[in-house]
Design a protein around this ligand. Sequence first.
Ligand code: ZN
Ligand code: ZN
Length: 355
Amino acid sequence: MVPNRIAAARTYLNRMNLDAILVTSMENIRYLTGFTGSDGVAVVGRDALWFLTDSRYRTQAGEEVAGFTLSEYRRKLEESAALLGEQGFAQVGFEASSLTVAQHTTLVQALGSDTLVALPGDFAAIRSVKDQEELTSLEEIAGLASQAFMNLIPEVRPGATERQLALRLEWLLRDAGADAASFSFIVASGPRGGLPHAAPTNRALCTGELVTFDFGGVLNGYCSDETVTVAVGSADDRQREIYRIVKEAHDLALETVKPGTSCREVDAAARDHITTRGFGDFFGHGTGHGVGLEIHEKPVVSYRSEETLEEGMVITVEPGIYIPQWGGVRIEDTVCVTRNGYRVLTRVPKELMIL
Ligand code: ZN
Ligand code: ZN
């Protein structure tokens, strides 16, 4: 249990005028309790804390979760609801984004719909500002993933398939010490680079193509996220021009990163540049996102974002241009917002590499 994190949850609870928050997302449970298993429920009350899990995790919860009253359930939601009922809580917040309709129905039957309050998605924003322990894990996994990519470079050559390279990159990353991949890697070669989220196929790389790799690892629960676009053998003028525009957009967005900058301004710095160069219609996604226990978390860095950067936030900056049937370029780094600016956690150089 980390007192600051519990305090943040209680500040939220008070702001929403609740008696308790029923925490069901495993990332928020891990954040608040330290529990690393895959099933459990945490209840944060105004002056008491409970953690419930099943018999598989009895010992583990005893070791990992301090400061919470522990109990074991056979029927997760029914017994969680019984606990909330026993306490006489009149207003209980729940995470709307991590309960199914069926689970919600079970809770309503036990507690009544007047008791349950759907929390807006911003509850997860209690995790936006990272503490030193989190930053250490984020920096370490970003470094491991970048090194794994650098070790893959000799294998990025004509004839290698997207699938082979995705698998090799994951192998190198796990071998270097990552607990897992943070998502299914993207390896998109030639025209497939025009798909921002292309899954790797059996397509073999050809000389003169761009290839986009989007990859990351997990360490101590924390994710990394980086995208590198390289050229195989050679690059023509159009490929170089589009790469340069994306790199400039990436650099312009990075220059805005400091406490007090709105996430919308970070997005606009990249988007305005790409639009001015005539490719605005080919940059459909947001410029970035927070990274932490989830690969995509608060804050959102897009033109719709309402959030403002604070020291300790960790975000990606990842503009791209995707042209159907031609291909695409995305350049992504993960950065930590520091007192005066930012520190880049991902390590692969972002000048165009011709392999
Ligand atoms: Zn990525
Ligand atoms: Zn990303």
